[in-house]
Design a protein around this ligand. Sequence first.
Ligand code: ZN
Length: 237
Amino acid sequence: MNVLAVGAHPDDVEILCAGTLARYRRTGHAVGICVLTNGDLGAPDGEKVEIAAVRAREARRSADVLDARLFLLGEPDGFLFDSPETRIAFAEVLRAFRPDILFIPDPHDYHPDHRAASAIALNSLQLAASPLQRTESAAIESLPAVFYMDTLALVGATPRRWVDISETLDTKLDMLRAHRSQNDWLRCTDGTDYLDYVVKQARLRGLQCGTAAAEAFRVPEYFPINHAASTLPELPA
Ligand SMILES: [Zn+2]
């Protein structure tokens, strides 16, 4: 299968879904990561163009951990909108990668760019399947199974599906270490240690489903019925 995860910022996918992506990778599936903004607000000072370059390098290093295909769409950080242009750009990613499974941000997550990314991803599906909307690649023939990723710090999220990441948590942390500028920044802005935070969330989601660590998901409902439920790695019996 082809498994694609989309985030607004260069580290979003890693925080909420990298352990699950690593599980797919381990069993031979292809993994893609699509980042919609360039993350150029992700530093306390400096030139935006340089910050964007650092973040692109970090995203590449992280994607390389999984040998994942990386799509950087380069929208301005803080100004991500569900627009004709962003839908067409993401529709082309869907057509180029042709995912069987698609992980997208929760529509109620805390950051406006995350909410916009959720809308762009979901709203581009029909476009990507419409042959009359031309982009570089051919229209997709079927829609991927779609999952909402967890929210930051579990705020407002009621997951319905859990994936055991006990054996891939280390890989997830390796990917997050690649985003070194973010750990430095978050430690000085809100005293949060990025890796510590991610481990806590994974442990708590693991507690809910009886494993040492987990990532949690929801399944969006729409017509035609999203067949996502059968495609996640199984929990241990
Ligand atoms: Zn983000």
